[in-house]
Design a protein around this ligand. Structure first.
Ligand code: ZN
Ligand code: ZN
Length: 342
């Protein structure tokens, strides 16, 4: 079977890997769809903080085989599989920081999600890491469960009210999920920033208040106009760009929240006027990955059509064309979510 790895910067190699055998409690899955995430792009093209050769953590597929212990999963089940599953009993888990749990980062799919077949470890199988998907849900939609779950988690980290305003910096696939989440929570004004015209035009179709090119000089003025000079309640930075983070801090209202959602490059630094952060009482909050509670919520949001992720998938590539798919995702040219299929 074929598996994609990153062995050297910018280069994806498709390697023939051994057929996988199963231990009791494990599940073998035939991958049908696996999204490319910003963190995958960081691994291939950037300097990701946590070096790894593994690509693809958003896979969905069909169960090919189950280890002997498992009773409620069977061959032929259509599933989404979460690559990391926390212990739910350590100090961090008890404080709601499941994605910081040691077990969370130790668990993983083998060899990885970007593989024709992969094994889900027993821990994940037994602790909510395998979710059956309804027949009505496509594999592409199921591959969006993980990124949507990351967005859902970030929304649990700040307070908001109906009628609030938000600025979303970076309207790629997750940025657009944030747009849809804000709409589902009845936000009154949603401002979208990007440097990519395709994405700005894409966002326009969602009836957002305004789409603004981040390169424009007067980009922040109209927001101030539309919010009585106040600024937005919530600014979500769904890009690795530190410039966007600076803009977010500039445009958030007094007492507002800046959510750092995009993955910054390793060692990236920023020059902040801390007196402004202090005197404006700005809350800077980060959100890393998703727990199983979040993946279940994301699945329900997709199943109930509350969040329509289907419209975000603009391209699919077979696994053999992973390099092309990654190059395309990196350029972002006329693309939102790019998904690898079998
Ligand atoms: Zn992801
Ligand atoms: Zn834990």
């Amino acid at each position: 079977m074929k598996t994609a790895f990153v062995r050297e910067p910018s280069f994806i190699s498709i390697e023939e890997t051994k057929k996988l055998s199963l231990n009791p409690g494990e599940v073998l899955v035939q991958m049908h769809a696996c999204g490319i995430c910003g963190s995958d792009l960081e691994k291939v093209f950037g300097q990701y903080g946590q070096p790894s050769t593994k690509l693809g953590h958003e896979p969905s597929g069909i169960i090919l085989d189950v280890g002997s212990k498992i009773i409620d999963l069977k061959k032929g089940d259509r599933v989404f599989t979460h690559h990391h599953v926390a212990c739910y009993s350590c100090h961090l888990c008890k404080h709601g920081n499941e994605t910081m749990c040691k077990k969370y980062s130790e668990t993983n799919l083998s060899p990885c999600g970007l593989s024709e077949e992969y094994v889900v470890p027993e821990w994940n199988v037994l602790h909510g890491g395998v979710l059956k998907i309804p027949d009505s849900m496509t594999f592409e939609e199921a591959a969006m469960i993980e990124p949507l779950a990351c967005c859902v988690r970030s929304w649990s980290k700040f307070d908001y009210q109906e009628g609030d305003s938000a600025a979303i910096f970076g309207v790629g696939p997750t940025g657009m999920m944030h747009v849809m989440l804000a709409q589902s929570k009845k936000f009154s004004d949603i401002f979208c920033f990007d440097v990519n015209d395709f994405r700005l035009n894409f966002a326009k179709k969602f009836n957002v208040s305004e789409t603004i090119n981040s390169k424009s000089e007067k980009k922040l003025e109209s927001i101030l106009d539309k919010t009585n000079g106040q600024g937005v309640d919530i600014a979500i930075v769904a890009t690795s760009s530190l410039k966007a983070l600076e803009d977010a801090i500039e445009i958030v209202r007094k007492g507002g929240t800046v959510m750092m959602f995009g993955v910054p490059s390793k060692d990236s630094k920023i020059n902040l006027d801390m007196s402004k952060i202090y005197s404006k009482e700005i809350t800077l909050v980060t959100s890393y990955a998703a727990s199983d509670k979040d993946t279940k919520e994301a699945l329900q949001l997709i199943e109930s059509s509350k969040i329509n992720v289907k419209q975000l998938v603009t391209h699919t590539y077979p696994i053999l064309d992973s390099q092309k798919a990654f190059d395309h995702a990196k350029s972002g040219e006329n693309a939102m979510k790019i998904i690898i299929t079998r």
